[in-house]
Design a protein around this ligand. Sequence first.
Ligand code: DGJ
Length: 729
Amino acid sequence: MSIEFREADRLFHLKTPASSYFIELIRDKYPAHGGWFGSLRERKGSREILRRDRSFSPNPTAEDRSFSLDSLPLEYSAWGRTDLRSPALQAVGPDGSMSLDLEYREHRILAGKPALTGLPSVYVEDDTEADTLVLTLEDPLTGLLCDLVYTVFTRRDVITRTVKIRNGGGERIVLQRVMSLCLDLEHSDFTLMQLSGAHNRERHIHTRALYPGMQSVESRRGTSSHQQHPFLALLEGDAGEDHGTVLGFSFVYSGNFLAAVDVDQFDSPRVLMGINPFDFSWTLGPGEEFQAPEAVMVRSGEGLGALSRTFHDLYRSRLCRGYHRDRERPVLINNWEATYFDFDSETILNLADEASRLGIELFVLDDGWFGERDNDLTSLGDWFPHAGKLPGGIRPLAEGVISRGMSFGIWVEPEMVSEKSRLYEAHPDWCLRVEGRHPSTGRSQLVLDYSREDVRDHMVETLCGILGGNPISYVKWDMNRHLTDVGSRLLPAERQRETSHRYVLGLYDVLERVTAAFPEVLFESCSGGGGRFDPGMLYYMPQTWTSDNTDAISRLAIQAGTALVYPPLTMGAHVSAVPNHQTGRTVSLKTRGAVAMGGNFGYELNLLELSREEKGEIKEQVELFKRRRHLIVKGSYYRLLEPWKRTDRYAWMTVSPDKREALVLFVSVHTESNHPYLSLRCKGLDWDRHYSINGKGAYGGDELMEAGIRLPYPLLEAEAHEYHLLALD
Ligand code: DGJ
């Protein structure tokens, strides 16, 4: 078992292959955090938890001034008694006060990992993969029960956490804040790493030293957002890519979140991660329960690279699900940047003709195929074919594509409604709105109220009708605005602040029903690019459109930040036209292809406007990707340069599980005359094998990893260099 309980000293030992996490029951009442170390055989107490009378840390009783929750590393902290740090749990009790005192009641250790009802989570395929500890705490005054749930993986350095709150009392309790994760660390010698950005600039890596007080990232936008990301890493001391202790925290949720580190008066950080309490409350009647989303914690004693690979393996194989999980993904062409709204069946089939000649496997019909959608002002919600563009409907067009040897995919935006639409005319109350106010728009559209069952049923029926009635093998599920006027007609006043979370639960319900009904359809999630690239969405849809920014140079930082947590197999990456539509930059087709091959490869440009030479090059790229995409599916990802330290050069490589094949990519973004002669040290190869580079030579794995590959001189701007390594013995 990966969880041991030592009765004598009331100590839990949670063991992953390379780490030991301790929980100590202090006074048999308070679960204290006993440290998260590299793997220990056992803990005898060489580093006991100290208790001293520390000024301005209050005490539950005057008899023992050395005891205060304020100075104890806690596993979970409730607000109202002696812990004055940022709490994990806050609730208003029946008397209107906000005071909780959580005491240990019991615990259970289970084989395996229970699923979370209605929420996405990491899973196991058999019970030997993990064990789960459920620690139940209770507030004696209100009867509120709190199950702290830890799943410890036996073969991965992963511990997942969640919390279930139950109202065991006789009266109403209103939850104000329920963090899924609370971790008290002892010292603050850490660098905080976060992924922040904007539309077209998602998930750039930012670092900063921890300082006293609160440092946090959060979303109040109703989705995980382009702006901040539900992930934090803490790098201890001088930890870096390949050495040192790094802790990573990722939240399996697609709505408003808070990810925070609060460094207290003693320089001890508390990590918190959960639903953003900013505009949240949840009323629990007697006997009712609230399930918090899951947070995933990874510890690496070998730097950030190993941390990323642990997240990649976990998310690729135990978060993503279904038919496509382990399969190579089709090379696609999407008509968005080729035509925008200006197309008809003939345009599409002409593009499809050319695409099929180039070996492309999937045609994706993007926005504009439905209602009267000739621009973004209208028709969301009216999911019937545009009479002018698709006079015969979807089927003949899909069949036309299929007859050209490709499969057919379609774009939808099912969470939205345009004010100018039949759906809105029929059901103006189906959107999120606050009584007495006209709802505000974003991209001229309103958000459907997915907290309502009738709205969800309508959308499931509509989507199942489209997918069931047509030969569609791929769906791009888009979401192009954030939530405002967050209120629901069907909820009473005291439950209005539940709307955002109920929206996310509703979305998960719809996704579960639709994806389960069409298990072989490949679903790609999108929110104006990567505005909802999060583990919650990956549970339902195994890939995400990484960014609306298709510029190969901009993509380097975006893909590097994304790959901190997510494997390349989850990232959509396309070659688009030059000058690039988002940045105006012109980059060679070779570099555009090489960068896009860092994810699920495709094209998003008008093939009919290309020269013969360009089409020839595209044909070669497509063939090349098909030969190498198994590395995207199963390969391990190594950063060769650290993208948070320099942005003038990027390099990474992907190595097959048997280490017999690898692909190295180097891109120089900026260059200067007379730069030094440079080389690139490989990683993850077999020390004892010999490898050819691009079909030539025989170089030892040791040489490639120690001496490295010589880069060309001089390096040119925006130039990619690829090295395909193949084992010879
Ligand atoms: C935003 C997406 O990210 C784009 O790829 C495209 O699908 C547009 N929406 C269509 O409106």
